[in-house]
Ligand binder design. Structure first.
Ligand code: SF4
Length: 463
Protein backbone atom coordinates (compact mmCIF):
# COMPACT_ATOMS: atom_id res chain seq x y z
CA UNK A 1 0.00 0.00 0.00
CA UNK A 2 1.43 3.38 -1.02
CA UNK A 3 1.86 5.99 1.73
CA UNK A 4 -0.64 8.86 2.02
CA UNK A 5 0.73 12.21 1.00
CA UNK A 6 -2.48 14.13 0.22
CA UNK A 7 -4.49 13.64 3.43
CA UNK A 8 -2.47 13.54 6.66
CA UNK A 9 -3.78 11.38 9.52
CA UNK A 10 -4.58 14.48 11.58
CA UNK A 11 -5.67 17.87 10.19
CA UNK A 12 -2.79 20.37 9.83
CA UNK A 13 -4.69 23.65 10.07
CA UNK A 14 -1.95 25.82 11.54
CA UNK A 15 1.48 26.42 10.11
CA UNK A 16 3.10 25.01 13.25
CA UNK A 17 1.08 21.78 12.89
CA UNK A 18 2.07 21.55 9.22
CA UNK A 19 5.76 22.14 9.95
CA UNK A 20 5.60 19.86 13.00
CA UNK A 21 4.27 17.02 10.86
CA UNK A 22 7.20 17.52 8.47
CA UNK A 23 4.87 18.04 5.52
CA UNK A 24 6.49 21.23 4.22
CA UNK A 25 9.26 21.55 1.67
CA UNK A 26 7.58 22.20 -1.69
CA UNK A 27 8.35 25.93 -1.84
CA UNK A 28 11.97 25.32 -0.81
CA UNK A 29 12.26 22.52 -3.38
CA UNK A 30 10.80 24.76 -6.09
CA UNK A 31 13.14 27.64 -5.28
CA UNK A 32 16.41 26.04 -6.39
CA UNK A 33 15.84 24.70 -9.95
CA UNK A 34 15.00 26.94 -12.88
CA UNK A 35 11.31 27.25 -13.88
CA UNK A 36 12.04 25.14 -16.97
CA UNK A 37 13.57 22.40 -14.81
CA UNK A 38 10.49 22.47 -12.57
CA UNK A 39 8.19 22.06 -15.56
CA UNK A 40 10.34 19.24 -16.90
CA UNK A 41 10.23 17.49 -13.52
CA UNK A 42 6.43 17.63 -13.52
CA UNK A 43 6.36 16.37 -17.10
CA UNK A 44 8.71 13.47 -16.25
CA UNK A 45 6.59 12.55 -13.23
CA UNK A 46 3.69 11.65 -15.53
CA UNK A 47 1.27 13.60 -13.30
CA UNK A 48 -2.20 13.84 -14.82
CA UNK A 49 -4.61 16.57 -13.78
CA UNK A 50 -6.99 15.51 -11.04
CA UNK A 51 -9.93 16.87 -13.05
CA UNK A 52 -12.22 15.77 -15.87
CA UNK A 53 -9.66 16.20 -18.64
CA UNK A 54 -6.90 14.34 -16.74
CA UNK A 55 -4.34 15.72 -19.21
CA UNK A 56 -0.57 15.60 -18.69
CA UNK A 57 0.13 18.52 -16.35
CA UNK A 58 3.77 18.88 -17.38
CA UNK A 59 3.03 18.89 -21.12
CA UNK A 60 0.39 21.58 -20.64
CA UNK A 61 2.73 23.74 -18.56
CA UNK A 62 5.60 23.39 -21.05
CA UNK A 63 3.28 24.49 -23.87
CA UNK A 64 1.86 27.44 -21.95
CA UNK A 65 5.30 28.64 -20.86
CA UNK A 66 6.64 28.42 -24.43
CA UNK A 67 4.24 31.06 -25.78
CA UNK A 68 6.06 34.27 -26.69
CA UNK A 69 4.69 37.83 -26.71
CA UNK A 70 2.38 37.36 -23.78
CA UNK A 71 1.14 39.79 -21.16
CA UNK A 72 0.75 38.31 -17.67
CA UNK A 73 0.58 34.59 -17.03
CA UNK A 74 -1.90 33.49 -14.36
CA UNK A 75 -2.45 30.37 -12.30
CA UNK A 76 -5.95 29.44 -11.10
CA UNK A 77 -6.57 26.79 -8.44
CA UNK A 78 -10.11 25.44 -8.12
CA UNK A 79 -11.79 24.12 -4.97
CA UNK A 80 -15.45 23.84 -5.87
CA UNK A 81 -16.46 20.15 -5.60
CA UNK A 82 -18.83 20.90 -8.48
CA UNK A 83 -19.24 17.23 -9.35
CA UNK A 84 -22.28 15.74 -7.56
CA UNK A 85 -21.09 13.28 -4.93
CA UNK A 86 -17.66 14.89 -4.58
CA UNK A 87 -16.21 16.01 -1.24
CA UNK A 88 -12.50 15.80 -2.07
CA UNK A 89 -11.81 19.55 -2.28
CA UNK A 90 -13.37 20.16 1.12
CA UNK A 91 -11.53 17.19 2.64
CA UNK A 92 -8.23 18.50 1.29
CA UNK A 93 -8.83 22.02 2.61
CA UNK A 94 -9.90 20.73 6.02
CA UNK A 95 -6.94 18.39 6.36
CA UNK A 96 -4.08 20.02 4.49
CA UNK A 97 -4.54 23.73 3.62
CA UNK A 98 -0.83 24.59 3.79
CA UNK A 99 0.01 21.87 1.27
CA UNK A 100 -2.46 23.59 -1.08
CA UNK A 101 -0.69 26.92 -0.60
CA UNK A 102 2.72 25.34 -1.11
CA UNK A 103 1.44 23.62 -4.26
CA UNK A 104 0.08 26.90 -5.65
CA UNK A 105 3.32 28.78 -4.94
CA UNK A 106 5.49 25.98 -6.38
CA UNK A 107 3.33 25.79 -9.52
CA UNK A 108 3.42 29.56 -9.93
CA UNK A 109 7.23 29.50 -9.77
CA UNK A 110 7.29 26.76 -12.41
CA UNK A 111 4.95 28.77 -14.63
CA UNK A 112 6.87 32.01 -14.08
CA UNK A 113 3.89 33.88 -12.75
CA UNK A 114 3.41 35.91 -9.60
CA UNK A 115 -0.39 36.05 -9.86
CA UNK A 116 -2.60 33.21 -8.63
CA UNK A 117 -6.28 32.86 -7.82
CA UNK A 118 -7.94 30.30 -5.58
CA UNK A 119 -11.60 29.76 -6.52
CA UNK A 120 -13.71 28.45 -3.61
CA UNK A 121 -17.42 27.72 -3.82
CA UNK A 122 -19.54 30.34 -2.06
CA UNK A 123 -21.37 27.81 0.09
CA UNK A 124 -18.06 26.48 1.52
CA UNK A 125 -18.03 28.93 4.44
CA UNK A 126 -15.92 26.74 6.70
CA UNK A 127 -13.37 25.96 3.99
CA UNK A 128 -13.14 29.61 2.95
CA UNK A 129 -12.34 30.56 6.53
CA UNK A 130 -9.71 27.80 6.81
CA UNK A 131 -8.04 28.94 3.59
CA UNK A 132 -8.09 32.65 4.38
CA UNK A 133 -6.61 31.96 7.84
CA UNK A 134 -3.95 29.71 6.30
CA UNK A 135 -3.15 32.34 3.65
CA UNK A 136 -2.73 34.98 6.37
CA UNK A 137 -0.30 32.71 8.24
CA UNK A 138 1.55 31.91 5.03
CA UNK A 139 1.86 35.61 4.26
CA UNK A 140 3.31 36.31 7.70
CA UNK A 141 5.78 33.45 7.24
CA UNK A 142 6.99 35.00 3.99
CA UNK A 143 5.65 32.24 1.73
CA UNK A 144 3.85 34.71 -0.52
CA UNK A 145 6.69 37.12 -1.23
CA UNK A 146 6.96 36.03 -4.85
CA UNK A 147 3.37 34.93 -5.51
CA UNK A 148 0.11 36.62 -4.55
CA UNK A 149 -2.92 34.36 -4.05
CA UNK A 150 -6.36 35.96 -4.24
CA UNK A 151 -9.39 34.01 -3.00
CA UNK A 152 -12.46 34.25 -5.24
CA UNK A 153 -15.93 32.93 -4.31
CA UNK A 154 -17.99 31.13 -6.95
CA UNK A 155 -21.69 30.22 -7.07
CA UNK A 156 -23.02 26.66 -7.02
CA UNK A 157 -22.93 25.77 -10.70
CA UNK A 158 -21.87 22.55 -12.40
CA UNK A 159 -20.34 24.63 -15.19
CA UNK A 160 -17.45 25.35 -12.84
CA UNK A 161 -16.11 22.01 -14.10
CA UNK A 162 -15.32 23.96 -17.31
CA UNK A 163 -12.10 26.00 -17.11
CA UNK A 164 -13.47 28.73 -19.38
CA UNK A 165 -16.42 29.23 -17.04
CA UNK A 166 -14.05 29.52 -14.07
CA UNK A 167 -12.26 32.41 -15.79
CA UNK A 168 -15.60 34.16 -16.31
CA UNK A 169 -16.30 33.91 -12.58
CA UNK A 170 -12.91 35.43 -11.71
CA UNK A 171 -13.76 38.33 -14.00
CA UNK A 172 -17.05 38.81 -12.14
CA UNK A 173 -19.50 37.22 -14.55
CA UNK A 174 -21.73 34.16 -14.58
CA UNK A 175 -19.98 30.85 -15.38
CA UNK A 176 -20.80 30.71 -19.09
CA UNK A 177 -18.06 29.02 -21.13
CA UNK A 178 -16.29 31.69 -23.18
CA UNK A 179 -15.00 30.96 -26.66
CA UNK A 180 -11.41 32.01 -25.89
CA UNK A 181 -9.04 29.34 -24.60
CA UNK A 182 -7.60 29.67 -21.05
CA UNK A 183 -4.21 28.23 -22.08
CA UNK A 184 -3.81 30.59 -25.05
CA UNK A 185 -5.83 33.75 -24.38
CA UNK A 186 -6.30 33.50 -20.63
CA UNK A 187 -7.76 35.87 -18.07
CA UNK A 188 -8.77 39.47 -18.74
CA UNK A 189 -8.53 38.90 -22.46
CA UNK A 190 -12.10 39.44 -23.62
CA UNK A 191 -12.62 41.70 -26.61
CA UNK A 192 -13.32 45.34 -25.81
CA UNK A 193 -15.22 47.77 -27.99
CA UNK A 194 -13.12 50.64 -29.26
CA UNK A 195 -14.20 54.19 -30.06
CA UNK A 196 -14.75 53.13 -33.68
CA UNK A 197 -17.37 50.60 -32.56
CA UNK A 198 -15.18 47.60 -33.43
CA UNK A 199 -14.40 44.81 -30.94
CA UNK A 200 -10.70 44.21 -30.36
CA UNK A 201 -8.75 41.68 -28.33
CA UNK A 202 -6.02 43.08 -26.06
CA UNK A 203 -2.56 43.38 -27.65
CA UNK A 204 -1.14 40.50 -25.62
CA UNK A 205 -2.82 37.33 -24.34
CA UNK A 206 -2.54 36.28 -20.68
CA UNK A 207 -2.11 32.47 -20.80
CA UNK A 208 -3.77 30.99 -17.73
CA UNK A 209 -3.33 27.54 -16.26
CA UNK A 210 -6.31 26.15 -14.33
CA UNK A 211 -5.69 23.22 -11.98
CA UNK A 212 -7.62 21.60 -9.14
CA UNK A 213 -6.16 21.92 -5.66
CA UNK A 214 -5.63 18.14 -5.65
CA UNK A 215 -3.40 18.45 -8.72
CA UNK A 216 -1.42 21.22 -7.06
CA UNK A 217 -0.84 19.26 -3.84
CA UNK A 218 0.52 16.49 -6.07
CA UNK A 219 2.82 19.05 -7.72
CA UNK A 220 4.20 20.08 -4.33
CA UNK A 221 4.74 16.45 -3.31
CA UNK A 222 6.56 15.63 -6.56
CA UNK A 223 8.90 18.61 -6.30
CA UNK A 224 9.65 17.69 -2.68
CA UNK A 225 10.12 13.93 -3.11
CA UNK A 226 11.12 13.51 -6.75
CA UNK A 227 9.72 11.81 -9.81
CA UNK A 228 11.02 8.33 -8.91
CA UNK A 229 9.12 8.45 -5.61
CA UNK A 230 5.95 9.52 -7.43
CA UNK A 231 6.24 6.97 -10.22
CA UNK A 232 6.69 4.17 -7.68
CA UNK A 233 2.97 4.58 -6.95
CA UNK A 234 0.13 3.77 -9.33
CA UNK A 235 0.71 2.68 -12.92
CA UNK A 236 2.96 3.92 -15.71
CA UNK A 237 0.07 5.83 -17.30
CA UNK A 238 -1.64 6.82 -14.03
CA UNK A 239 1.06 7.36 -11.41
CA UNK A 240 0.44 8.54 -7.85
CA UNK A 241 -2.46 8.50 -5.42
CA UNK A 242 -6.01 9.71 -5.94
CA UNK A 243 -8.67 11.12 -3.62
CA UNK A 244 -12.05 9.40 -3.96
CA UNK A 245 -15.41 10.21 -2.40
CA UNK A 246 -17.46 7.10 -1.65
CA UNK A 247 -21.18 7.37 -0.92
CA UNK A 248 -24.43 5.50 -1.55
CA UNK A 249 -25.07 1.89 -0.60
CA UNK A 250 -21.97 1.24 1.51
CA UNK A 251 -21.49 1.08 5.27
CA UNK A 252 -19.47 4.28 5.60
CA UNK A 253 -19.40 7.39 3.43
CA UNK A 254 -16.26 9.45 3.21
CA UNK A 255 -13.15 10.54 1.32
CA UNK A 256 -10.21 8.18 0.98
CA UNK A 257 -6.77 8.44 -0.53
CA UNK A 258 -5.82 5.42 -2.60
CA UNK A 259 -3.06 4.34 -4.92
CA UNK A 260 -4.08 4.35 -8.57
CA UNK A 261 -4.17 1.00 -10.36
CA UNK A 262 -5.98 -0.98 -7.64
CA UNK A 263 -9.16 -2.88 -8.47
CA UNK A 264 -12.05 -0.40 -8.28
CA UNK A 265 -14.25 -2.95 -6.51
CA UNK A 266 -11.67 -3.30 -3.71
CA UNK A 267 -11.12 0.45 -3.38
CA UNK A 268 -14.84 1.10 -2.91
CA UNK A 269 -15.37 -1.90 -0.63
CA UNK A 270 -12.45 -0.93 1.58
CA UNK A 271 -13.19 2.81 1.60
CA UNK A 272 -16.93 2.27 2.14
CA UNK A 273 -16.36 -0.50 4.73
CA UNK A 274 -18.45 -2.96 2.77
CA UNK A 275 -21.33 -2.88 0.30
CA UNK A 276 -25.02 -2.67 1.27
CA UNK A 277 -27.30 -4.58 1.30
CA UNK A 278 -25.28 -7.26 -0.46
CA UNK A 279 -22.22 -7.42 -2.58
CA UNK A 280 -21.58 -6.90 -5.44
CA UNK A 281 -23.65 -3.75 -6.00
CA UNK A 282 -25.95 -3.20 -8.95
CA UNK A 283 -24.04 -0.18 -10.27
CA UNK A 284 -21.56 2.57 -9.48
CA UNK A 285 -21.54 6.07 -10.93
CA UNK A 286 -18.65 8.53 -10.85
CA UNK A 287 -20.57 11.76 -10.34
CA UNK A 288 -22.39 12.53 -13.57
CA UNK A 289 -19.36 12.42 -15.80
CA UNK A 290 -18.84 8.79 -16.75
CA UNK A 291 -20.82 5.95 -18.24
CA UNK A 292 -22.37 3.78 -15.53
CA UNK A 293 -20.15 1.05 -14.11
CA UNK A 294 -22.12 -2.16 -13.98
CA UNK A 295 -21.23 -5.07 -11.72
CA UNK A 296 -18.95 -6.79 -14.22
CA UNK A 297 -16.92 -3.63 -14.85
CA UNK A 298 -16.03 -3.07 -11.20
CA UNK A 299 -13.06 -5.42 -11.58
CA UNK A 300 -11.37 -2.80 -13.75
CA UNK A 301 -8.33 -1.05 -12.28
CA UNK A 302 -8.91 2.42 -10.87
CA UNK A 303 -6.74 4.20 -13.43
CA UNK A 304 -7.50 6.33 -16.46
CA UNK A 305 -6.45 3.57 -18.83
CA UNK A 306 -8.18 0.87 -16.75
CA UNK A 307 -11.58 2.55 -16.72
CA UNK A 308 -11.25 3.68 -20.35
CA UNK A 309 -10.84 0.00 -21.30
CA UNK A 310 -14.35 -0.68 -19.94
CA UNK A 311 -15.85 2.42 -21.53
CA UNK A 312 -15.84 4.56 -18.38
CA UNK A 313 -13.90 7.44 -16.88
CA UNK A 314 -12.65 8.44 -13.44
CA UNK A 315 -14.21 11.91 -13.63
CA UNK A 316 -13.66 13.43 -10.17
CA UNK A 317 -13.68 9.99 -8.52
CA UNK A 318 -17.01 10.75 -6.83
CA UNK A 319 -18.26 7.18 -6.58
CA UNK A 320 -21.90 6.62 -5.68
CA UNK A 321 -22.84 2.98 -5.10
CA UNK A 322 -26.29 1.65 -6.02
CA UNK A 323 -27.40 -1.56 -4.35
CA UNK A 324 -29.58 -4.29 -5.79
CA UNK A 325 -32.83 -2.46 -4.95
CA UNK A 326 -31.93 0.72 -6.83
CA UNK A 327 -34.25 1.69 -9.66
CA UNK A 328 -31.88 2.93 -12.33
CA UNK A 329 -34.63 4.81 -14.19
CA UNK A 330 -35.06 6.96 -11.07
CA UNK A 331 -31.30 7.50 -11.10
CA UNK A 332 -31.30 8.41 -14.82
CA UNK A 333 -34.09 10.91 -14.18
CA UNK A 334 -32.18 12.58 -11.34
CA UNK A 335 -29.14 12.96 -13.57
CA UNK A 336 -31.09 14.27 -16.58
CA UNK A 337 -32.90 16.80 -14.38
CA UNK A 338 -29.57 17.92 -12.91
CA UNK A 339 -28.14 18.52 -16.38
CA UNK A 340 -31.30 20.31 -17.50
CA UNK A 341 -31.09 22.77 -14.62
CA UNK A 342 -27.31 23.21 -14.85
CA UNK A 343 -27.28 23.80 -18.62
CA UNK A 344 -26.67 27.52 -19.07
CA UNK A 345 -28.90 27.81 -22.14
CA UNK A 346 -26.34 29.31 -24.52
CA UNK A 347 -26.91 26.36 -26.86
CA UNK A 348 -30.60 25.62 -27.53
CA UNK A 349 -30.14 21.90 -28.27
CA UNK A 350 -28.52 21.40 -24.87
CA UNK A 351 -31.11 23.25 -22.79
CA UNK A 352 -34.28 22.18 -24.57
CA UNK A 353 -33.07 18.67 -25.34
CA UNK A 354 -32.11 18.09 -21.70
CA UNK A 355 -35.54 19.33 -20.66
CA UNK A 356 -37.25 16.92 -23.04
CA UNK A 357 -35.22 13.93 -21.85
CA UNK A 358 -36.02 14.91 -18.25
CA UNK A 359 -39.73 15.03 -19.12
CA UNK A 360 -39.76 11.56 -20.72
CA UNK A 361 -37.91 10.08 -17.76
CA UNK A 362 -40.28 11.80 -15.32
CA UNK A 363 -43.20 10.04 -17.03
CA UNK A 364 -41.45 6.69 -16.60
CA UNK A 365 -40.73 7.40 -12.92
CA UNK A 366 -44.36 8.40 -12.34
CA UNK A 367 -45.57 5.14 -13.96
CA UNK A 368 -47.45 6.97 -16.70
CA UNK A 369 -44.80 6.37 -19.36
CA UNK A 370 -44.66 3.85 -22.15
CA UNK A 371 -42.26 2.35 -24.65
CA UNK A 372 -42.45 5.36 -26.92
CA UNK A 373 -41.00 7.51 -24.10
CA UNK A 374 -37.97 5.21 -24.08
CA UNK A 375 -37.70 5.53 -27.86
CA UNK A 376 -37.96 9.31 -27.60
CA UNK A 377 -35.14 9.35 -25.03
CA UNK A 378 -32.93 7.31 -27.35
CA UNK A 379 -33.74 9.61 -30.27
CA UNK A 380 -33.26 12.84 -28.36
CA UNK A 381 -30.04 12.07 -26.42
CA UNK A 382 -27.68 12.02 -29.45
CA UNK A 383 -29.02 15.42 -30.54
CA UNK A 384 -28.50 17.41 -27.35
CA UNK A 385 -24.82 18.05 -28.14
CA UNK A 386 -25.62 19.68 -31.49
CA UNK A 387 -23.73 22.96 -31.71
CA UNK A 388 -22.66 22.71 -28.07
CA UNK A 389 -20.03 25.03 -26.68
CA UNK A 390 -18.96 22.68 -23.88
CA UNK A 391 -19.01 18.95 -23.16
CA UNK A 392 -21.82 18.99 -20.60
CA UNK A 393 -24.48 17.65 -23.01
CA UNK A 394 -22.02 14.97 -24.15
CA UNK A 395 -21.72 13.86 -20.50
CA UNK A 396 -25.52 13.87 -20.22
CA UNK A 397 -25.79 11.69 -23.32
CA UNK A 398 -23.08 9.32 -22.11
CA UNK A 399 -24.34 8.82 -18.55
CA UNK A 400 -28.09 8.64 -19.17
CA UNK A 401 -27.64 6.69 -22.42
CA UNK A 402 -25.41 4.15 -20.67
CA UNK A 403 -27.98 3.61 -17.90
CA UNK A 404 -30.80 3.05 -20.39
CA UNK A 405 -28.65 0.53 -22.29
CA UNK A 406 -27.27 -1.26 -19.23
CA UNK A 407 -30.53 -1.88 -17.36
CA UNK A 408 -33.13 -3.18 -19.83
CA UNK A 409 -35.09 -4.78 -16.98
CA UNK A 410 -35.57 -1.45 -15.19
CA UNK A 411 -36.44 0.23 -18.50
CA UNK A 412 -39.01 -2.41 -19.37
CA UNK A 413 -40.59 -2.33 -15.87
CA UNK A 414 -41.00 1.44 -16.24
CA UNK A 415 -42.26 1.32 -19.84
CA UNK A 416 -44.85 -1.35 -19.01
CA UNK A 417 -45.83 0.31 -15.72
CA UNK A 418 -44.89 -2.60 -13.48
CA UNK A 419 -43.67 -0.21 -10.74
CA UNK A 420 -45.64 1.82 -8.25
CA UNK A 421 -45.68 5.52 -9.20
CA UNK A 422 -42.50 7.10 -7.86
CA UNK A 423 -41.69 10.65 -6.79
CA UNK A 424 -38.89 12.21 -8.84
CA UNK A 425 -35.88 12.76 -6.58
CA UNK A 426 -33.34 15.56 -6.94
CA UNK A 427 -29.61 15.02 -7.24
CA UNK A 428 -28.24 17.24 -4.46
CA UNK A 429 -24.64 18.03 -3.61
CA UNK A 430 -23.10 16.68 -0.41
CA UNK A 431 -23.36 19.31 2.32
CA UNK A 432 -21.40 17.46 4.99
CA UNK A 433 -20.17 14.00 5.94
CA UNK A 434 -20.74 13.22 9.63
CA UNK A 435 -19.64 9.95 11.24
CA UNK A 436 -19.65 8.09 7.94
CA UNK A 437 -22.98 9.47 6.71
CA UNK A 438 -23.24 11.95 3.83
CA UNK A 439 -25.77 14.73 4.42
CA UNK A 440 -27.14 16.48 1.36
CA UNK A 441 -28.10 20.10 0.72
CA UNK A 442 -31.42 21.31 -0.63
CA UNK A 443 -30.16 24.00 -3.02
CA UNK A 444 -30.59 21.96 -6.18
CA UNK A 445 -34.29 21.32 -5.41
CA UNK A 446 -34.86 25.08 -5.34
CA UNK A 447 -32.86 25.98 -8.44
CA UNK A 448 -34.94 26.77 -11.51
CA UNK A 449 -33.70 26.00 -15.03
CA UNK A 450 -33.07 29.75 -15.51
CA UNK A 451 -30.80 29.59 -12.39
CA UNK A 452 -33.11 31.74 -10.27
CA UNK A 453 -33.88 30.33 -6.81
CA UNK A 454 -37.40 29.46 -5.70
CA UNK A 455 -38.70 29.53 -2.12
CA UNK A 456 -40.34 26.14 -2.60
CA UNK A 457 -38.94 23.01 -4.30
CA UNK A 458 -39.22 23.37 -8.07
CA UNK A 459 -41.32 20.98 -10.16
CA UNK A 460 -39.38 20.74 -13.38
CA UNK A 461 -41.86 18.92 -15.58
CA UNK A 462 -45.59 18.59 -16.01
CA UNK A 463 -46.57 14.98 -16.56
S1 SF4 B 1 -23.51 23.08 -24.14
FE1 SF4 B 1 -25.09 23.48 -22.60
S2 SF4 B 1 -24.00 23.97 -20.70
FE2 SF4 B 1 -22.50 24.08 -22.39
S3 SF4 B 1 -22.47 26.24 -23.00
FE3 SF4 B 1 -24.01 25.24 -24.29
S4 SF4 B 1 -25.98 25.44 -23.18
FE4 SF4 B 1 -24.32 25.93 -21.75
Amino acid sequence: MAPSYLLPEEPCRSLSEFLGAGLDGAIAAASKPSPLQLRQTIEQSGLRGRDHAAASVGKKWLTVAKAADVGTRFLVATATDSEPGSFVDRALIRMNPFAIIEGIVAAALALETSEAFLVVRRSFEREYEIMTNALAEAETAGWLERVSIKCVRAGDHYLLTDERAVLEVIEGRLPLPRRLSPDVDGLFCNAERGGDGLDRLPDFPNPTVVESIETLVNVGAILTNGTRWFRAMGTAVSPGNLLCTITGDVNAHGVIETELGRRLYDVIEEGGEGYLPTSPPKAVLSGVSSAVLTRSRLSAPLSWEGLAAVGADIGRAAFTVYGEDANMIDVAHQIAAFFYVESCGLCPACKFGSGEVTGYLARLVAAVGEQRDVEAINRRLPLISTGSRCDIPARHHEVVGSIVRAFPGDVSDAAFRRNEPGTPLVLEHIREIVAGVALYGTEQSHKRPDWSVADEPVHLTRI
